[in-house]
Write a protein that binds this ligand. Sequence first.
Ligand code: SAM
Length: 270
Amino acid sequence: MPIFNHLFSFGPVRQFLWRCWYPNLTKRLQNQDILFLNYAFQTVPSVNLTLDPADEPNRTCIQLYHHVATQIELKQKTVLEISCGHGGGASWICRTQNPASYIGIDLNPLGIDFCQARHPIKGLQFQRGDAQQLPFPEQSMDAVINIEASHCYPDFAGFLAEVVRVLKPGGHLLYADFRFRESEPEWEQTLENSKLILRASHDISAAVLRGMDINAERNQQLIRRCLPKPLHSLGLDFAGVPGSRIYEALKEGQLSYRSWCLQRRDVEEI
Ligand SMILES: C[S@@+](CC[C@H](N)C(=O)[O-])C[C@H]1O[C@@H](n2cnc3c(N)ncnc32)[C@H](O)[C@@H]1O
């Protein structure tokens, strides 16, 4: 395991593994209608979120999107979601927050095919793209959303530089992800060094842990049903079920899950 961890900490190896893992997962889950790939979010007391009956099964994953994306008003804004996964968050935001346009991008080509077929919504588009080389002109977006994906990127500073490039002055990055404690100072430093001003930051580890607990049984069954036996342990870790490395690290405080609202400096401040 230490050799694996060492290899995994090397950016290009990490990128290669994620490039293989996600399309494989999409292929194996294709008949299961899995719309979210995040660990979920549950506060106490619960947020009072009214959902369509069809969205109810994904309530805890939608609550993570709700927590992150509604930090600012998205109505009539141009929105880019980087690493949209299977598009459940993009669909929910488009249907409830009324952005002027919403583009979801992801490195996983099969995920993008799935999104295009599954979410035919006016104003919502999906295309393949890399978080570190965004296929959009500078100053074209009012807001960028990024949820539980930046730990996959080999060049986090490069990702932030791209976000700054495509955001309009005054535009927002609405962001959430996790890191092990030892890499938290570097995470914070990189965010501080970016040309983004911190507007809000929350440690949401406890709410994510509750979300994992709620979805544990469903995720366990899904993994046993859809993945071959040699991939079960990886799948359970990926799904964050109790007993998995990620779940236990979050529970023991060795891992933190955080959300942020960051803003590109206005023209006068640049
Ligand atoms: C844990 S999933 C989260 C997906 C989605 N945000 C959600 O909450 O359901 C992480 C996503 O990041 C994507 N990803 C990984 N590396 C990427 C990169 N370099 N550029 C764009 N997307 C990437 C993966 O394909 C995957 O869809």
